[in-house]
Design a protein. Structure first.
Length: 269
């Protein structure tokens, strides 16, 4: 049911009052719009205008050690979190058969060498033909090759550390039978870390090796000085980004691979 004129005036006031009310409402709406417009007028552009980008610490040297022989694991000399030096024994296999083959091949090589020496003396006395001497010499080379094969097989019975580092994951246990290619240990060099970044490709105009920046690591809540060491060789055509790598300047023993934070890379002025 429609309101009568006197009812409208009683609710909203007289026409002049209603006009003033509308003006006040419009003014209030305008003030609110003016206060919230700037917040949305310039949306954040993390890849375009911001100087801060995500950063992650990665190990420059890391690998998964695998078995090269079919043998039982005799001993694992390292555990997760333990440091080691380059050349240290990490894994030893039970290789009785391989060592016996080395001993046998060595004995055959010694026998062939002595036989060749005797045949040479007999040839000097014109007691045997030159062909027999040549055959005995060939037997010596054959025996040496067999010995080298046996020694190569035996060398796979031990795995030494390829670099200084730390064990991060153990995938096998002692007395377990290992097969060729089976992963055994994951190791990395925790003293040679890199700062890995995903930067906008437009930064390539000025982001070069040697460019300094700051990186804040969340796990330590500290900021470190760093510099760019190398730039990736390909731009992602979809995201228009490129991988960039840097390194921390100076010692920072508290840092570990996998830590992350934000890199502050201001553009040159």
């Amino acid at each position: 049911m429609a309101l009568l004129p006197h009812k409208i005036d009683s609710v909203y006031g007289s026409p002049p009052a209603r006009g003033r009310l509308v003006e006040r409402v419009a003014l209030a709406i305008g003030i609110c719009a003016a206060s919230i417009t700037p917040a949305f007028a310039q949306p954040a552009d993390p890849l375009g205008g911001a100087a801060e980008i995500r950063a992650q610490l990665t190990a420059r040297n890391y690998t998964t050690l695998s078995s090269e022989a079919s043998a039982r694991i005799d001993r694992i000399a390292t555990r997760i979190g333990q440091h080691f030096s380059k050349g240290d024994l990490l894994i030893a296999f039970d290789c009785v058969t391989q060592r016996a083959q080395v001993a046998r091949a060595g004995a055959v090589a010694t026998q062939a060498d002595k036989t060749a020496a005797i045949n040479q003396r007999l040839a000097n006395l014109k007691s045997i033909s030159q062909l027999e001497v040549d055959v005995s010499r060939a037997e010596v080379e054959k025996a040496k090759a067999e010995l080298a094969i046996a020694e190569a097989a035996a060398s796979k019975c031990e795995i030494a550390a390829p670099f200084n580092g730390i064990t991060v994951e153990q995938k096998a246990q002692a007395f377990q039978y290992a097969t060729p290619g089976q992963p055994l240990l994951e190791i990395l060099d925790d003293r040679s870390l890199e700062v890995e970044l995903i930067a906008p490709s437009r930064w390539l105009a000025w982001l070069k090796p040697g460019y300094g920046f700051q990186v804040h690591i969340e796990e330590t809540d500290k900021t470190y000085a760093a510099e760019i060491t190398r730039v990736g060789g390909r731009v992602d055509p979809v995201s228009q980004t490129i991988k960039v790598f840097g390194e921390i300047r100076g010692p920072a023993a508290e840092l570990m691979a996998g830590m992350s934070g934000r890199a502050n890379i201001p553009a040159p002025k």
